[in-house]
Design a protein around this ligand. Sequence first.
Ligand code: NAP
Length: 260
Amino acid sequence: MPSQTVLITGGSGGIGYELAKLFARDHHNLILVARSAEKLAQVANELQGYGVTVKTVTLDLAEGPAPKFLFDQLQREGIAVDILINNAGFGAFGEFAQMHHQEILGQINLNIMALTQLTRYFVQPMLSRRHGRIMNVASTAGFQPGPLMAVYYASKAYVISFSEAITNELRDSGVTVTCFCPGATHTGFAARAGNNNSRLFKKMGAMSAEKVALDGYRAVMEGRTLAISGMHNWITAQSTRIAPRRVVTAVSRWVSERVE
Ligand SMILES: NC(=O)c1ccc[n+]([C@@H]2O[C@H](COP(=O)([O-])OP(=O)(O)OC[C@H]3O[C@@H](n4cnc5c(N)ncnc54)[C@H](OP(=O)(O)O)[C@@H]3O)[C@@H](O)[C@H]2O)c1
């Protein structure tokens, strides 16, 4: 495949960083967006070693105008994005009624608002060119309600539903949309969420970010509509479709609970 330009939100760490590495190895140019300029500079420095250009944009995508600012800046610079990876996202552990408003809105702004706006802005030039790929990183969390991480699980349910719906609308347009669902993965996510002592992360085991990113990379390049990383995660996701909702919700809570 000829060299493409790939925009990855949250490309400085975790799954986004591993995805960036895979794209760089295959000679694709990168635009990486995150809040920490220092981490972005480190990653850019490393990935330029693959002979690709790496542009970094330091931006908090949870800030309202940030998605439009990013799109306008790239338009002004005449940079066409061939592949958009909406990866940046975070979760917060705790009961909803006690959760700080800032944590609640932060998750909605980043996981839902920014992802939706970036998709809307970047899909337009892709449609004009009749060529483009979008990958929205959801989670296996999106397949069931998630007591103790209610907003995060609901935000990922939105990403799955939204992505599948627009895949249908965009068929035959030349633009593919892939919804990628990792399960628990070793990254900075759990520490940020405050759930690294959960049964899920402590007892059930998480996948490596390298392996998860490779699954995501293959999924977006094949233009798959929905991809779940890991056979055990696929089986768990399927089980939520047949078990009673009340049982699914109770099991989901048990998995999220903190253990010694
Ligand atoms: N790890 C898991 O167990 C897991 C499971 C399922 C799904 N996921 C999903 O996978 C995606 C990536 O998560 P991860 O595990 O790789 O997380 P991570 O290790 O915490 O990395 C998150 C990345 O996003 C950036 N970021 C965070 N907040 C941002 C903001 N407001 N604006 C711009 N960039 C921001 C971070 O850089 P800065 O901090 O410098 O901004 C970093 O580059 C997320 O959507 C997450 O929900 C993760």
